[in-house]
Structures are given as structure tokens and as C-alpha cells.
Design a protein around this ligand. Sequence first.
Ligand SMILES: C[S@@+](CC[C@H](N)C(=O)[O-])C[C@H]1O[C@@H](n2cnc3c(N)ncnc32)[C@H](O)[C@@H]1O
Length: 198
Amino acid sequence: MDAAAWDTRYAASGLIWTAEPNRWVTEVLAGRPPGTAVDLACGEGRNAIWLAERGWAVTGVDFSAAALDKASVLAHQRGVRVDWQLADLADWRTRQPVDLVLLAYLQVSEQLRRPVHRAAAQALETGGTLLVIGHDSTNLTHGVGGPQDPAVLFAPDDVLADVDGLGLTVARAERVHRPVEGRPHPAIDVLVELRRPA
Ligand SMILES: C[S@@+](CC[C@H](N)C(=O)[O-])C[C@H]1O[C@@H](n2cnc3c(N)ncnc32)[C@H](O)[C@@H]1O
């Protein structure tokens, strides 16, 4: 989907996702000392705002102006400041290294996913964390919800291959099960946490 298609999707009144942070974001990052962070493909900003509420200096990046408009309103309602940046991740490079890069549910083909993961890895400050969360390839057959196009799904090992040679260490690289309300089976997500060693 291009930016115009995402804008159309976000044009619906109300949030198309939720104001609550993703469960893996809270599980992995709650209690971490705040620093600088960038949330790539931030959408309506739920995760960036949750980080800002915990003292992080956050930049949220997305190529949908409609998404960032909603994110900005939500941040204002919650009384936090986030630097919202309209940018295509195909061209995005960090202005300065950050302590945390978050990528949650970016749904793009491998041709774009790999350079985005590499740019995200290269944006890390020494000691920084890259957290990648996504819809796992097996979600199509064994999970629920999420995109139905196999080309935009991936596996933990794909993320590790994407950043191969960039010197990151692996804290976690696994499939995790996310309960979905009203559904008998959980969704299957990718959860990869990488660090730039000190
Ligand atoms: C499924 S939403 C996830 C939003 C958010 N990370 C969350 O977890 O709530 C995917 C987001 O990726 C954004 N996106 C997709 N391709 C992009 C690109 N090439 N550059 C910037 N943003 C992109 C879309 O606009 C959309 O907001």
C-alpha cells in the first residue's frame, strides 16, 4: 500500500488501531530508562505516545499525513510532546543516533523491509536497542488477523538476515502469541530485540 492508500484508510473517523500501546512494546520496554527514541511507521502514534509518557524524547515517522494528524491530536489529548515526521521509510535516515528504534507492524515487501531494517540498525547509539515487531509468516495459516498477503509477512530469522554484518547482538528473536479478543486462536507475531554493543 502506498501513502495515498494509507491516507484513505486513516480517513475513517476514530482510530483504526487503538490508543493503547502494543503488548510487546510494553512487555519489553516498561522499566527501561528513557532516552531518545524513534518510532518508524508510527501510524496513529500509540507506541510513540506511550514512550513519551515515560520520559522518552520521541520522534514518530510515517508517510501517511492522515495518520500523523491523528497521532498529533492523540498526543495533545494525552499531554505529551512527540516530534512527528512525515517521511517515506524508503528514504529515511536518522539525523542523529538514538537509544531506541521501534518498528511495529510495518507491512512492506522484502525489497523495502531489508533496507529499512538496515537503516534502523544504523540509527542506533552505542548500547541502543532495535525492537522489531511484525506479523509472522505463519500467522496466515496458524494465527488470526493481520495482512493476508504473504509478501509482507516475515519471520524472526528474516530480521536477523536483514541486519547481518552490522554488528548487533541478539537479545530476543522469536515468535510470540498475542491473544485477540473474541478469537479462539492468538495472532502470531515476530518479536526481535537487537542491541548495538557498547
Ligand atoms: C499497520 S500500521 C502500524 C502502525 C503502528 N506502528 C502501530 O503499531 O500502531 C503500518 C504503518 O506503516 C506506515 N507505512 C507503510 N509503509 C511506509 C513507508 N514506506 N514509509 C513510512 N511509513 C510507512 C503506514 O502509513 C502505517 O501507518
